[in-house]
Design a protein. Structure first.
Lengths: 319, 319
């Protein structure tokens, strides 16, 4: 605790695997009173009669240390017996739901049916996994990301998983946003936060929905905020971020990401491979940290988290 | 079809494993136009957010040939990965839901959520399992068997599975019966039936709920009906039938079962071990068939079904 008194009270904004990895690293550095993770729920969808929350679960599985070591989703040591049988019975198994994963979805559905809100359900599931850091859905209300393509709109998981991001993205829309409110616990965490870290998640479909909720962008903007680039060497480490940037006519580089967040953030974290972009990022009025941002293992997550924290502390001191 | 023209159009009433075994045997003897199986749904219950229909599923699994060869429920070659993980996450795994079994429950819940009635859902599931004989829930409305014990009432599966039938049964009640209607397809099958076979299922908790639905007992009574004793040598082959009879003060024997059905049926099938009871059963005004009723394997099911059919044909000729 002596260590933490010098550490900031932080909120991390996270989407899928990149966000989950940095959140995991930060959780090694900060106690639960100093770190809350607000997670995108725009990817959530109903499937097989269950509510699937891919980003919440990826963050949960990573913090619990039960995540698949290589793929960006699901559990380690997973089997697919239910899905295989359902497929034999005519179900299209395009969305890979494992048996362990299903156990969580069944418990979540049961708790939701009992009237708990998604924030409370997520807290209870986290408790059962032994996860002590608050994992906070951005909203308890359904917000559903819809991807615009030349052939029409696609629900996010349809675009992302079934069609493997192949259709060209010409726009996106957040269904339910008109009536959705941010989750009270997420708002409270931001209110208490001394700083915010935007994890290396997709700026459009992972971080975008969080910032689109009423009042959240303003609260992030009001604090020293650091974003870690999800684009390294002109490519996304996971997912369609680079492809989307190209299709939306944005420069596919860490600089493109920095421009996307300019006006919202004060500091930007670049991978060392993109060190040559540091002057251009600085010219946007941003402080820059150049380091190794590729989190190949837990040690790399914890190391990057430490560097990001030091960077955040500098920004807080200056603010 | 030449064979079947001489065979009766039959309805079988079935509960759990004993009923499923004879229904399976009958399905080997009669084409789908000559055999419908009306199944008890009083055992159904909501669990893990799913609708579990133990008797419907036992009949389905037996007719599909995917039933567990020894135990009276569930699938062959089953695993329990979802349940094991749910238990690790705090779920009490008292009801053993296997992974393959769960696939069916998930698909059923999805179809019910889409607005299909239980009869239509069961028909669709049967189709997917390649089962051609109509498996008909007794009702599309919820009817729930509640067991009275000295310590109060227990939901059926709580009594049957969690408490392993240990509490003394002092009575039973069918929750929802006041408003439940028999399923139209079940009524239509009985209307078309030339005869009815009451399978060797528990007379109270398996057959009782079917007969309790408005109009069903009368329709059974109006036809040549044969019951196969679930009590052999003073014992139930599976389940609590013998224990229940003793607790309700009824003679625990095939004769006790025959007395229970007297006034409803015209013929009664006794196991050869109970041949000495044949005169007392006949004295109730019933035709009696004495044979080997213990269905140890598929061949035994088909053989017993053949004998029961011949017996039914005699009764039809005489009626």
């Amino acid at each position: 605790m002596a260590l933490n008194t010098a550490l900031p009270r932080l909120v991390a904004l996270a989407g899928g695997v990149g966000g989950a990895r940095l959140a995991h690293g930060l959780a090694h550095r900060l106690d639960p009173d100093h770190l809350s993770i607000i997670v995108n729920t725009g990817d959530d969808f109903e499937h097989l009669g269950l509510l699937i929350c891919p980003d919440l679960d990826t963050v949960l599985y990573n913090l619990a240390g039960v995540h698949h070591p290589d793929q960006g989703w699901g559990r380690a040591d997973e089997t697919f017996h239910v899905l295989e049988e359902a497929a034999r019975l005519g179900h299209d198994p395009w969305f890979r739901l494992g048996d362990k994963d299903l156990a969580l979805h069944l418990l979540r559905r049961q708790m939701l049916a009992a009237g708990l809100r998604l924030t409370a359900v997520t807290a209870e599931l986290a408790r059962r996994f032994g996860v002590v850091h608050p994992i906070l859905p951005m909203s308890d209300d359904p917000v559903r990301t819809v991807i615009g393509t030349p052939e029409g709109e696609l629900a996010f998981q349809d675009y992302f998983v079934r069609q493997r991001c192949r259709p060209r993205m010409v726009g996106m829309r957040l269904e339910g946003l008109e009536t959705a409110r941010p989750a009270p616990a997420a708002v409270a965490a931001l209110e208490r936060a001394e700083a915010v870290v935007i994890c290396p998640s997709n700026p459009y479909v992972s971080i975008g929905p969080i910032l689109a909720l009423p009042g959240l962008r303003e609260r992030v903007q009001a604090r020293p905020t650091v974003a870690v680039s999800p684009i390294v060497g002109g490519q996304a480490l996971k997912g369609p971020a680079a492809k989307m940037m190209a299709e939306l006519g944005v420069e596919v580089s860490a600089l493109g990401v920095a421009r996307h967040y300019a006006g919202l953030i004060r500091g930007f974290v670049l991978d060392q491979r993109d060190a040559h972009l540091a002057p251009a990022v600085a010219a946007l009025g941003l402080r820059v940290l150049v380091t190794d941002t590729v989190m190949t293992d837990t040690a790399a997550r914890v190391r990057l988290a430490g560097e990001v924290l030091a960077f955040v502390r500098e920004l807080i001191r200056e603010s």
